[in-house]
Write a protein that binds this ligand. Structure first.
Ligand code: FES
Length: 163
């Protein structure tokens, strides 16, 4: 994650220039910008739209359609809790309540230490072994509140080791 001042709009323009001629370029452009900044700030949207001859609404529409893209800064770890039907039938509502209480944040918020951002997701393709969560790229099944706490502790430890 970069804070304002740690990234430059000229670099964003360079990313767009490098990718904009590819077929279906908007998704690769958004991925690359999010990788560079950590999220896609609102003030970048008009630049993307201008450079790619799109409307701002079109760019906003794609960012908001894909849960992967964030228009706000996120923590070091993105923790997504599945709210799909199969996971609901095996206790995901209790799990999300536990997660919000123990992390002391709501969805789309980040813990004070910056280690965890909580997001909802609607099916991770892991329905047979719910409740399911994804931590960054890794999917975990049959997540009990106790298992959730262990996984969050691992996230915090990795952050401390990296820091
Ligand atoms: S409903 Fe949760 S993984 Fe499919």
């Amino acid at each position: 994650m970069k804070t304002p001042g740690q990234w430059q709009m000229k670099n964003v323009r360079e990313i767009i220039q490098q990718l904009k001629e590819k077929p279906g370029a908007l998704l690769p452009v958004l991925h690359a910008i999010q990788q560079y900044i950590g999220h896609i700030p609102d003030n970048v949207v008009p630049v993307i739209a201008d450079e790619m001859l799109l409307t701002r609404a079109e760019v906003h529409g794609v960012i908001s359609f894909y849960a992967h893209f964030h228009n706000h800064p996120t923590g070091q770890n993105i923790v997504e809790i599945c709210r799909g039907e199969a996971c609901q039938s095996v206790g995901c509502r209790q799990l999300e309540k536990h997660a919000k209480n123990t992390l002391n944040i709501d969805y789309q918020q980040t813990t004070d230490c910056g280690s965890i951002t909580l997001e909802p997701v609607y099916c991770l393709g892991n329905c047979a072994t719910g409740p399911s969560i994804r931590i960054n790229d890794d999917i975990h099944g049959r997540v009990t509140p106790e298992r959730f706490d262990e996984l969050m502790e691992n996230c915090r430890q990795h952050l401390q080791e990296a820091g």
